[in-house]
Design a protein around this ligand. Sequence first.
Ligand code: HDD
Length: 704
Amino acid sequence: MANTPDHPGGDDFTFTTGEGGETHQQVANDAGDARPESRLTTNQGIRVSDNQNSLKAGARGPTLLEDFVLREKIFHFDHERIPERIVHARGSAAHGVFECTDPIPELSKASLFAEKGKETPVFTRFSTVAGGAGSVDTPRDVRGFAVKFYTDEGNWDLVGNNIPVFFIQDSIKFPDLIHSVKMEADRGFPQAASAHDTFWDFISLMPESMHMIMWAMSDRAIPRSLRMIEGFGIHTFRLVNAEGKDTFCKFIWKPQLGVQSTLWDEAVKIAGADPDYHRRDLFEAIDTGAFPAWDLFVQTFDEDFASKQPYDVLDPTKLIPEEVIAPRKVGTMTLNRNPDNFFAETEQSAYCPGNIVPGIDFSNDPLLQGRLFSYLDTQLKRLGSTNFHQLPINAPKCPMHNFQRDGHMQTAVPKGRANYEPNSLSDNGEDGGPRECPETGFTTFTANDERNDGGMKVRERGELFADHYSQARLFFRSQTEIEQAHLASAIVFELSKVMIEAVRIRVMARLRNIDETLAKRVADGLAMDLPVKAKAAREPIDMDDSPALSIQQSYDIPMKGRKVAILFDEGSDKSSIDTLKSGIEKDGGTAFLVAPKVGALKLKGGTLAADGQLAGSPSVLFDAVACAMMPDNAKKLAKDSAAQGWFMDAYAHCKTIGYCPATKEFILDKLGIEPDAGVIPNADFLGVAPARHWDREPKVRMLA
Ligand code: HDD
């Protein structure tokens, strides 16, 4: 029986079997046959005649083992999944370029920092830490910020986070930390959440985590967008110049769009409305040419400075306030290309903090030292072969030659006999292979840190590592009032999910060392008594406030990169929508049209199709909202819970609401949404959106 679109019950894509038992193909396949590249083949390159039916002994008979097309396809499918990353499993990435804007050859001989205008390709992956690969984008969590620089002297991986300090001081505690925060061992929940017993149990027993806890409970841990987070290398690294002189260095990324966060209630609702919120946001921005960019800064200092600080610069739970050492800009990273394939690139990208280039070196930070082992090891487990560096996303873009050979999935085909060194094969006219390069090759910085106790083998930490609270206090006290309220409320929320009372008590006892008012607010929020203050291993000191630690004191919220929704319905005035839209776009924002129905609607002055349906486009997905309604529609929408929620959430999340007269009269007034600095007529909207109106918050939410 011939392929035919009018086959009984069928169309072009009906795949039933004819009476004679012969198979039917997609008619569409015939067209593809003309072009070799469109021909479907097996992995061995054999053309496939039928991708719809397995080979059977008769139309209703058993499927035959002989069917190598079927076997190969199912075999490959069965093995599609690889182990997800044990941490940072959920990630989104993009290609881009790093441009050196302010060379630092006097500090580092790294080629990427050598000349103004020098460009180095990068692949950058952002991630959450605790959740699995399929978890939501907006839990309260640290965000990973990993950059692979494909420099012309080899790959440098700067594997950092959006928070400048870490929970623990020594990598020997990392498995314990991660076990405690992941789903609990017996029950397999909660997913992607720190608000549970085991995490806080561990934290309460690890006072060194208190500084990072302040950050993790702050708004930094619920970012608005991956495009709006800072990045930190965290550890003290070393820069080494051509003369072999070293300088200590911390790396900092600052987003050109500014740092911005969500509110907790907003983040929770976003998780339901769009679990891929951050991934989509990054992809869409790059897809539409709105390339996100970050400036790279270094904070540099010497041993003399280090020895005078009240903290140890090798302790990854400590930062150097920007007010003490001003960050110095060295370049800009722009992410300008989405991956072509999520698995091949984002999933198979393998970062290793041990990948460094001449001009950059490690310090003795004990957390960093442990990481140098862990990442290489985990890539072998995850990617299955020591040859993971040959995957295109991991391969250096500069020449790479050595005598490492063979192994699973070897894709290189080295020629000749030279697979050992030294050899004299070239004396006989053969290719002798590559040789070490004493002048330009990587040489480890050899001088000892002065304060390392003479190199005796000990299982100890530096004396100042015992100060667990001073910088936690510095962070808390450097926040604005509203940021402090968010932080206190976040701890109350998290501890309210902790069922073991002794753990709550232990956390509060530690908070008293950070700030008595914070401890009191948490105790009040939980309706518990303040426990006795925990004994500090080293008495905390008061450091000078650092406004740079506060998002609200450091960054404004521009329209650029933000997304604003305009709600309309049948009969709305098209010209007022057009005015709002063009004003938003003029300042670099994106206007998103929302209506109860998505098809073209008849308006006063033309027709317009919405970008999203009201129920599927809640206001939590936008930075600000405006509307253009006629009285009849506004009256109708006033009864609709999606519309009510749209305005109520925008109000509760302190966003700007631009209103038209009908919306004000029939919706906002009924919902009790009163005009304020951010609830304003459409005519004033563009000048105000997308700022957040924090003065409103105490009116809409009880904060600790
Ligand atoms: Fe880690 C992944 C960041 C401490 C062990 N880590 C991973 C990723 C980031 C970080 C961003 C994801 C990379 C990617 O996108 O593929 N990790 C950090 C930071 C740390 C840190 C900023 C402290 C300053 N990590 C740390 C320690 C250990 C690890 C102390 C173990 C001793 N990290 C890993 C790992 C992962 C990882 C298990 C999981 C997947 C991977 O490496 O490639 O090896």
